[in-house]
Write a protein that binds this ligand. Structure first.
Ligand SMILES: Nc1nc2c(ncn2[C@@H]2O[C@H](COP(=O)(O)OP(=O)(O)OP(=O)(O)O)[C@@H](O)[C@H]2O)c(=O)[nH]1
Length: 414
């Protein structure tokens, strides 16, 4: 942009300069021609009066050494050609018309595109005795002006070229740090790596801008790391909360809250796949007696051991939970048949019934299991839980340490 303005300015200056040069040079040539014409007119005046044509011709011949001269005519009082001189190759001419009012004037001239003409009165003792016409070519002047403007044009072109190179270098130098900053901003926006920094090479405004940019990156980096750290902490806290909310710390088993969600999830999946699943409601027998006879700590130890034994018996995909107190639940997804669940119920009862010693004393503990199937007994979680709970109570009534199926006849292990 700057270069364009500079070029246009220089071009305008050049045009103005060329025009002025041409105009001044032409005016000077006109002045010279007028002066020469008047001097020549004064010289030939006596020759004209005394009709000494030879002397006048000699005077003209001497004068004709002046360059650019095309024609000199000396006219007598009546306007006829007294003598004339023409440059070689110029066509012969008759007498030119003397301009009116010449007697009262000094030499005067007019210019066309390629020639200039000057009329001078020929006077002797103040009396006009004739007129002199002088015609000069402007070709030399044109050539000189052309040469001058050509040289000027070359100089201007060279100046523009040098300015362009200089400006380019200055712009490159001025813009380099900004281009570097822009590249860095793009890279940071692309890979979100806020640890990048721009090199500060200058102490001017651009250098300060680079420092501020680096400050900004530093601050974003710090807040990003802060945010990442807080997020990680929150994630850990969230996981801990989730674990606490869904976990029974005494037995290390999932708790009632987890059980509720898991039962619904398993039921939905089972429904979708059209498979058989079962829910066991397990309630320990005589647990209150353990607490009463051997204390709460012994009761806790019993709960932990019972949980461990049951976890050993169940399949890998089964979900064993502690619902609270001495109540447990076992979700059995994707069962091959009902018999497999009944076998597992028997194994659970057996596992809990096996002698359990705390501080060398056998705990009088057992387990009663209520078994309900989905979709046979219920499809909804609440209904299935209720069915297994009812079955468990039926088993309790039947004498404990056994299991019952929802709606089935009692199956007594004893
Ligand atoms: N040690 C201990 N005891 C608990 C805990 N939670 C509940 N209990 C006690 O467990 C007992 C459960 O009582 P019940 O199930 O009614 O008694 P039970 O002797 O098992 O009765 P049956 O089921 O009919 O055999 C109560 O005494 C509760 O106080 C616990 O976390 N630790």
């Amino acid at each position: 942009m700057n270069l364009l303005v500079l070029s246009v300015t220089m071009l305008l200056t050049f045009v103005l300069l060329a025009t002025a040069t041409w105009w001044v040079a032409r005016a000077r040539q006109m002045q010279g021609a007028q002066l020469s014409a008047q001097l020549l007119a004064n010289s030939v005046a006596p020759m004209l009066v005394f009709a000494d044509a030879d002397a006048a011709r000699n005077e003209l011949a001497a004068f004709s050494r002046r360059s650019d001269l095309l024609l000199v005519q000396v006219l007598d009082e009546r306007g006829g050609v007294f003598v004339q001189w023409r440059a070689d190759g110029q066509p012969a001419e008759g007498a030119a018309r003397v301009p009116a009012g010449l007697a009262k004037l000094d030499a005067r001239g007019a210019a066309s595109a390629s020639t200039l003409e000057v009329w001078a009165p020929v006077r002797l003792k103040g009396e006009m005795v004739g007129a002199l016409l002088l015609r000069e070519s402007l070709q030399s002047l044109h050539r000189a002006v052309l040469l001058l403007t050509g040289v000027a044009a070359l100089l201007i072109a060279a100046a523009i070229g040098i300015a362009a190179r200089g400006l380019g270098a200055v712009q490159r130098r001025a813009l380099a740090p900004l281009v570097e900053l822009s590249d860095l901003a793009e890279r940071v926006a692309h890979d979100h790596d806020y640890s990048r920094r721009a090199a500060v090479r200058r102490s001017d405004e651009v250098g300060r801008l680079t420092e501020r940019f680096n400050d900004m990156l530093r601050r974003i980096q710090i807040s990003q790391e802060d945010l990442r750290h807080k997020l990680a902490q929150e994630q850990v806290a969230g996981q801990q909360l989730h674990q606490m909310a869904h976990h029974d710390s005494l037995t290390e088993l999932p708790n009632r809250l987890f059980f509720q969600g898991e039962l619904q999830r398993c039921l939905a999946l089972n429904d979708e796949r059209g498979e058989l699943m079962a829910l066991m409601f397990i309630d320990l027998d005589n647990f209150k007696t353990v607490n009463d006879l051997y204390g709460h700590d012994a009761g806790d130890a019993v709960l932990r051991e019972v949980a461990r034994r049951m976890a050993d018996v169940v399949r890998a995909d089964d979900v064993l939970c502690r619902l609270g107190g001495d109540e447990f639940a076992l979700i059995l997804p994707a069962l091959p048949d009902e018999h497999a669940a009944e076998q597992l119920a028997l194994r659970l009862v057996e596992a809990v019934r096996a002698p359990l010693l705390i501080d060398g004393k056998v705990m009088p503990i057992g387990a009663t299991v209520g078994l309900a199937f989905s979709p046979l007994d219920a499809r909804e979680s609440a209904d299935l839980l209720n069915a297994s709970d009812q079955a468990m109570y039926a088993a309790k009534r039947a004498g404990k340490n056994t299991y019952r199926r929802a709606g089935d006849a009692a199956t007594d292990l004893h």
